[in-house]
Design a protein around this ligand. Structure first.
Ligand SMILES: [Zn+2]
Length: 105
């Protein structure tokens, strides 16, 4: 099972056929802090999956920062996730340079 490390927490990544909230509305993704699980709806087109996964990762980061004021602001979380994913898509060389630089001791 794939792991996603967000700060001190290792989340288990999984894809599910059905994903919904307590009101029965379909979700594309969900983060469960108590269980350290990030679930994604199975079969999402890859660009949608990337954005949704980054959305859940932003939730995890804001939770680590104890910024519930921002973490409960879904438009903020979504806009930040979209901008990060779009930056990575538009600047693959810089994204790889950042990864390479932070992995250099
Ligand atoms: Zn959200």
């Amino acid at each position: 099972m794939e792991k996603i490390r967000i700060g001190p927490f290792d989340y288990t990544y999984r894809e599910e056929k059905d994903l919904s909230n307590e009101e029965g509305e379909e979700l594309y993704g969900e983060i469960r802090y108590k269980e350290n699980i990030i679930s994604m709806l199975e079969g999402l087109p890859p660009p949608r999956r990337a954005h949704t996964l980054m959305h859940e990762i932003v939730h995890g980061m804001l939770s680590n920062m104890a910024r519930e004021d921002l973490n409960s602001d879904e438009p903020f979380v979504d806009a930040l996730a979209l901008n990060v994913v779009q930056f990575m898509r538009d600047n693959p060389d810089i994204t790889m340079k950042i990864l390479s630089d932070i992995n250099t001791q």
